[in-house]
Design a protein. Structure first.
Length: 171
């Protein structure tokens, strides 16, 4: 990885965590839907990142959010699960040796691949997050509804951000 990619990802990490903690923490829809834009950092990490570094960054990102949300490891666990789903999806859907694109973004990978990738990762993250947060099976319906609405809200914001920073690349 070159230094430009590292600097861009450090700035992205600080910016997304700042937005999540100071702007989106108290934003919600009747405690049913909460956007988690910070997962975009993990989604947009380069393809060539080693798995151990990805897991470490996911854990550190979740732990940083746990410190501000007072959730004691819930976000860290959800971020590590997101990293696992990311690694699995990329290894199944792409040939790592044939990847010329630096990162899995909308402008490089196209809408269909990026939307499936984002949906699977965000859904896994939110399922783990909300079930660990609730930690009881008596409220499965309510938890699934919160998970679904938050998934929709998060995906809308992720696609909005991606369309704002969309760069047309030749294919």
């Amino acid at each position: 990885m070159n230094s430009r990619i590292i600097i861009v990802n450090i700035v992205r990490w600080f910016l997304l965590l700042f937005v999540q903690i100071f702007l989106l923490k108290n934003m919600g829809f009747y405690d049913l839907s909460t956007p988690f834009i910070y997962v975009l950092f993990l989604l947009l990490l380069p393809f060539g990142i080693p798995n151990i570094l990805l897991y470490s960054l996911a854990f550190a990102t979740g732990l940083a959010l746990d410190a501000f949300y007072d959730t004691m490891g819930v976000h860290a666990t959800a971020c590590v699960v997101l990293a696992l789903v990311r690694i699995s999806f990329i290894s199944i859907s792409l040939n790592r040796d044939a990847i010329d694109d630096p990162e899995p973004s909308l402008s490089y990978m196209g809408f269909q691949w990026f939307s499936l990738y984002t949906f699977l990762c965000v859904a896994a993250h939110h399922l783990v997050l909300f079930f660990l947060e609730t930690f009881r099976l008596t409220e499965v319906g309510y938890t699934l509804m919160r998970c679904g609405l938050s998934c929709i809200f998060t995906l809308l914001i992720i696609f909005l951000v991606e369309f704002i920073f969309y760069r047309r690349t030749p294919r």
